[in-house]
Design a protein around this ligand. Sequence first.
Ligand SMILES: Cc1cc2nc3c(=O)[nH]c(=O)nc-3n(C[C@H](O)[C@H](O)[C@H](O)COP(=O)(O)O)c2cc1C
Length: 174
Amino acid sequence: METKVLVAYASSYGSTQEIAEVISETLRSQGLTVDLQLIRNVRILEGYSAVVLGAPLYMFHWHKDARHFLSQHRKILADNLPVAIFAGGPFAKGDENEWHEVRAKFDLELAKFPWLTPISVEIVGGKFDPTKLRFPYNLIPILKKMPASDLRDWVAIRAWASSLAAQFLSDLPQ
Ligand SMILES: Cc1cc2nc3c(=O)[nH]c(=O)nc-3n(C[C@H](O)[C@H](O)[C@H](O)COP(=O)(O)O)c2cc1C
C-alpha cells in the first residue's frame, strides 16, 4: 500500500494554513504522498497511513475543528493511525515563558483525549496582526494594543516535518 499522509489543519487567520503547506511540501520532498486538507473538509481517514493534525490555540483552547476531528475519528485514530500534532501559538516577542505556558495549556487540552497517543506534539510560533482582528476580538482593547508579530520559525517547522517524514518512512509499510 502507498504511504499516504493526511495533513489536516484549521486556521482562522491563515497562519496555520501556511505552516501546514510547508509541512506538506517537506513531507513530499522526502518522498511521501500527501493530501493537504482543511480539517472540516475531511470525511474519511481510510486510505491514509498517518495523519498530521494542526490548529491554532484561541483563548487557551485548541481550535474547535481539531477537537471535533479527534472525537469524530476516535476509533481509527486510537487503533490504527499514527497521529502527529502541532499547535500555534505563542506570539509575544521575547517571552520564553509564554512557550512553556502554552505547552502546559496545550497538554491540558490533549489530556481531554486520554485515548490519544500522538507520535509527536509540537508547539509552533503564531502570527498576530491587531489590524486584522475580527468580531468579537476586535472589541477587546488589550488585543488591539498588542504589537504585530510573527514567531513562526520556518527552520524549526521544516526540521520537525523532516523528523516526521523519517519516522513515517521507517515505521510504515512501503
Ligand atoms: C483572540 C486571540 C486569542 C488567542 N489566544 C491564544 C491562546 O490562548 N494561546 C496561544 O498560544 N495563542 C493564542 N493566540 C494566538 C494564535 O494562536 C496565533 O495568532 C495563530 O498564529 C493564529 O492562527 P491562524 O492564523 O491560523 O488562525 C490568540 C490569537 C488571537 C487573535
